[in-house]
Write a protein that binds this ligand. Structure first.
Ligand SMILES: NC(=O)c1ccc[n+]([C@@H]2O[C@H](COP(=O)([O-])OP(=O)(O)OC[C@H]3O[C@@H](n4cnc5c(N)ncnc54)[C@H](OP(=O)(O)O)[C@@H]3O)[C@@H](O)[C@H]2O)c1
Length: 326
């Protein structure tokens, strides 16, 4: 059985990640693409040998070839596109974050549950062979109880102030949408649900509505404190540090498509893992989840909870002002 997949959006991740990945997965076929601009859609279709091009989502969803969509558009647009796909009975792999608001996620979740479609979240780090190896080491107790986890991912350039992530209504987060939401998902995967969130979300350079540099600190009472930092103001930060009462694990350049070589050490010793393309494994998991009617690795609940936590951080008082020094 082959699942016919349509790509919604012709941007960065559709081009670099998903179009090549769908073509590499046995049992998946790239059958359609949606673009606001027909000429751009046709150019994309020629590049990736896609038979159908649409500039109207409802028309795409009526195509008998389309059984699933990958939603690779700006965050705010995920909500109407996912709800339309669910209403049409079309399976969805939705890019992260699920959408811009928790209320929007709940509306999407209601539509997905009512439809019975398979819904997967695009938390690609869950498909990284290196980060899976880290999960295995944690599971095997190689670090003992982790007491402190620290994740840093900084990007610059591709996520500039002119792009949609910096602006409302397409995005409600900039650094946290670009990369921080992935780190939050990684913490939930490794350590489960935090009890509280603190930290800082700041906009020191451009002063727009969305965060440019965020540090979120999560309390796991009786176990550990974990922090993540996401930024669009500088490049070169791509680091994972886990400190347990029996060992230390350090990784560099493990997040995203890095030019720099990745490294991973546990207690100072290099850790081996088979290199993989996480996007290929993510699409393969989505296709297998549809066929086997089983949950995908990153679920609807992972999408909803992630945005709920981001929103709690954005709306709550993350830090207390200090009294002036006398
Ligand atoms: N999993 C990952 O590692 C990963 C990495 C990067 C991005 N993402 C996620 O994937 C989604 C797309 O990100 P991206 O980096 O590919 O963005 P992008 O390069 O800006 O592409 C987004 C595409 O969406 C379409 N679109 C539809 N309505 C739009 C609008 N109002 N404004 C702008 N574009 C619109 C555009 O295609 P047309 O012009 O052809 O309509 C555009 O090319 C986001 O949710 C993002 O968070 C995930």
């Amino acid at each position: 059985m082959t699942i016919g997949i349509a790509l919604l959006g012709t941007g960065g991740i559709a081009t670099r990640g998903f179009a090549p990945a769908v073509r590499a997965v046995a049992g998946a076929e790239l059958v359609a693409v949606l673009s606001r601009d027909r000429a751009r859609g046709e150019a994309f279709a020629r590049q990736f040998d896609i038979p159908e091009v649409y500039d109207d989502l409802d028309a795409l969803l009526r195509s008998p070839r389309v059984q699933a969509v990958i939603v690779a558009t700006p965050d705010a647009i995920h909500e109407p596109q996912v709800i339309a796909a669910a209403a049409a009975g079309v399976h969805v792999l939705c890019e992260k974050p699920m959408t811009t608001t928790y209320a929007g996620c709940l509306r999407m979740a209601e539509a997905v549950r009512a439809s019975g479609i398979t819904f997967a979240m695009g938390y690609t780090l869950r498909f990284s062979a290196a980060l899976q190896r880290v999960a295995e080491l944690l599971q095997a107790g190689r670090l003992g109880q982790v007491r402190y986890a620290r994740l840093l991912w900084a990007v610059k350039g591709a996520y500039g102030p002119e792009a949609w992530r910096a602006h409302r209504p397409q995005a409600h987060y900039w650094a946290l949408s670009a990369v921080g939401t992935h780190l939050l998902d990684l913490l939930r995967w490794y350590f489960g649900e935090p009890a509280s969130v603190g930290g800082a979300m700041v906009r020191p350079a451009y002063g727009g509505p969305n965060d440019e540099l965020s540090t979120l600190v999560f309390d796991y009472p009786g176990r550990l404190v974990a922090e993540l930092t996401a930024s669009v103001l500088f490049a070169g930060g791509n680091r994972l540090e886990l400190y347990g009462d029996a060992g230390t694990l350090v990784g560099e350049n493990l997040f995203g498509m890095q030019a720099a070589p990745p490294t991973l050490t546990c207690n100072g010793e290099p850790v081996a893992y088979p290199p993989n393309n996480p996007f290929v494994d993510e699409v393969a998991d989505f296709v297998q989840a549809i066929e086997a009617r089983r949950p995908p690795r990153a679920t609807l609940d992972d999408g909803v909870r992630n945005v709920q936590i981001l929103e709690a951080a954005q709306q709550g008082p993350l830090s207390r002002p200090l009294p002036p020094y006398p």
